[in-house]
Ligand binder design. Structure first.
Ligand code: NI
Length: 158
């Protein structure tokens, strides 16, 4: 387990499309463990593999209910709409308003390469959309509706 370096906007690896995972080996298991460590260390709610420089379709998410690990996730259904603040560990100190579906259903594989399904609403739906976008080389800044603004750290630290 280790903390990995988070790539920041401007690093071209964040704009590349990731490859599907075909087999979960020790390297992939270590990567997933490191992604979880790195996400928790940074107080993030999600992290995608390209953010630590690995172009593979893996995301981890924890909105405070325990971790979800999703390999090769595909959003198969969306509905509704939510508009709210979004941030990204690859765009430190910034936030912006983004509209996302309020509900998503995603199919993914677990660490044993068993297919499973997750439904999410509100923050979980937002996090799934945000992290899946990373796998196709997209950052939330492309969707921001009224420009990026600085995070108020004093408020966040309370
Ligand atoms: Ni992000």
């Amino acid at each position: 387990m280790a903390i990995r370096n988070i790539r920041e906007m401007g690093d071209e690896i964040l704009n590349k499309k990731c490859r599907e995972v075909t087999e979960v080996n020790d390297r992939i298991r270590t990567l997933i463990d490191d992604m979880l460590d790195t996400m928790y260390e940074s107080n993030g709610v999600g992290l995608a593999a390209p953010q630590v420089g690995i172009l593979k379709r893996i995301v981890v998410i924890d909105i405070g209910e325990g971790p979800y690990i999703m390999i090769n996730p595909v959003i198969v259904e969306t509905s509704g709409e939510q508009t709210g603040n979004e941030g990204c560990l690859s765009v430190p100190g910034k936030m912006g308003t983004v509209t996302r579906p309020n509900y998503v259903r995603v199919e993914a594989y677990d660490e044993e390469m068993n297919k499973f399904e997750i439904e999410g609403t509100e923050l979980l739906a937002r996090a799934i959309c945000h992290e899946c976008d990373h796998l196709d080389g997209h950052l939330y800044v492309e969707l921001v509706e009224d420009g990026l603004h600085d995070v108020n750290y004093e408020e966040d630290d309370e």
